[in-house]
Design a protein around this ligand. Sequence first.
Ligand code: CUA
Length: 360
Amino acid sequence: MPQESTPRRERKRTVQQMVVVGVIATAIGITIGLLIPWFPPADSTQADKIDTLWDVLIIATVPIFVLVTVIVLFAVIEFRMRPGEENLDGPPIHGNTKLEVIWTAVPAVLIVGLVTYAYIVLTDIEKAPAAGNERVVTVTGQQFAWSFAYNEGGKKFTTAQLYLPAGESVKFDVKSKDVIHDFWVPDFRMKIDAVPGITTHYRVTPKNPQAIGDHAIVCAELCGLGHAFMRQTAHVLSKADFNTWLAKMTAPKPAPGGGAAGAAINAKQLFTAGDADTGATACGSCHTLADAGTTGTTGPDLDKTLKGKDAAFIKESILDPNKQITQGYQPGIMPPNFGDTLSPEQVDALVKYLSEVTNK
Ligand code: CUA
């Protein structure tokens, strides 16, 4: 038996109910959206503006999501096919100019508004500091490690971890040696692709003193098997601590070859503890070596794999670890940037040490 269409009064009541449901759902949605801790601490001056932009987007988009969802659900329930209506055709539709103008104009105004606001924020966070006096750090990505090149008053050096003073603007020149990576410090919010053949940039000012401490550096572009391991640390230091570090990094190096003038490099300590100044990882954290008392298993056991190998092989394995891979291990796990983050003297000292202790 065909049913009659819903009486007009009842339809009006349903629309009222829909409006009430929509308003409540919007209020709940916005509250949840603003309460969810989406981001880690905001530790750069740029981060606050980005977080505010995010909140504005939540407030603008939740009502639209709710509006669409409520109308869809309303239509599904209200206009569903009832028993006996299987063969009925709906009423013919001739379009509705007024409705079409509204549903084109309203989203257009919203989008232009949000794009304009986002553009203003972007210009603001990319702006150079007024003082003009800012540090440039060249960030180079490669499968699968970052390295950080400084040029401080003409003195150049490269580190394995990032060191920054709090409260000072830093501009990153971002490059890649192989494929596309993406340089991201979530606590700073800014993020950019490292693209082979071009240099990309962004700048941040770590907050002083809130940002003092360690921050994760993440590669945010799938770049190969070791992508997930392409994680390092940004150390934000107080200005005084940073200057102390800088003085150590730019101090004249002891004369190569040791002797009376230059303090000999303690290769065993370098192997077990890494280089605290540049942040170069300790070999022993991944490799087993009886003489150094290390038991790492991420990389090959050096007592076994280096036995009978000459100094040239050991040097190549440090500088170009993917050239020859020990059976049972994967390429791309060992950082390929020790040639940049260790001095030639440090590499030579390590080679000499490893050569001696594994060929006893
Ligand atoms: Cu480099 Cu992902």
